[in-house]
Design a protein around this ligand. Sequence first.
Ligand code: HEM
Length: 222
Amino acid sequence: MAAPVVDAEYLRQVDRARRDLRALIASKGCAPIMLRLAWHDAGTYDAKTKTGGANGSIRHEEEYSHGSNAGLKIAIDLLEPIKGKHPKITYADLYELAGVVAVEVTGGPTIDFVPGRRDSSVCLREGRLPDAKKGAPHLRDIFYRMGLADKDIVALSGGHTLDEDAFFKDYAESHKKLSELGSTPRSGGTASAKSDGPTVATLAQSAFGLAAAAAVVIAGYL
Ligand code: HEM
């Protein structure tokens, strides 16, 4: 598989694609699904065998039809016209650029984007992405396999803030508990360890409990 040549024309197309992505994401309000597409394409990476990773393989039905990728065909289809307009850009670069622009458009940090990813048609078997039903040790296994660390689990789980309604509901509950630690709550509600709120186990089953699961990982790490 030859490496794509990132020449001056390629870089020009990346700049133009970036502008098109900003417009698309702002007009369709599709930042969360774009970020998820970028993550699911990249998150199959195995650092030991150097297989998977950000290689555009998720564009193939064999991979986007994995249960873990449910819904991502919408993002793939939304990006196809941009690929058509800027054909030099690999799918792998386009999907990662879409993730970076999604974070920027929603007020996140500017992320250094270095083009040059190669496309692959090799779709790996399902099971490389984290399973939200499993706990902290599983998250660690998956992220370590990718060559990432505990700090990355916590930081990247912040990606869920792009789906604000779901994330902030869980965040508000957890923050309320935090703010009332060691005190007697005056208002009704769920402020103590006796809370009827979600347990770590049930939180781990929710994508938006990930921040909590990640916090457990870090607590164990320190
Ligand atoms: C740490 C392990 C992770 C697990 C177990 C996980 C799991 C999930 C699950 C189950 C969903 C809900 C999918 C659905 O609605 O059908 C979700 C949504 C989402 N995830 Fe994750 N995720 C993880 C990490 C990440 C990372 C690293 C990112 C990005 C940096 C990310 C970005 C997102 C986004 C943006 C959504 C919302 C997608 C949308 O609303 O269309 N996730 N995640």
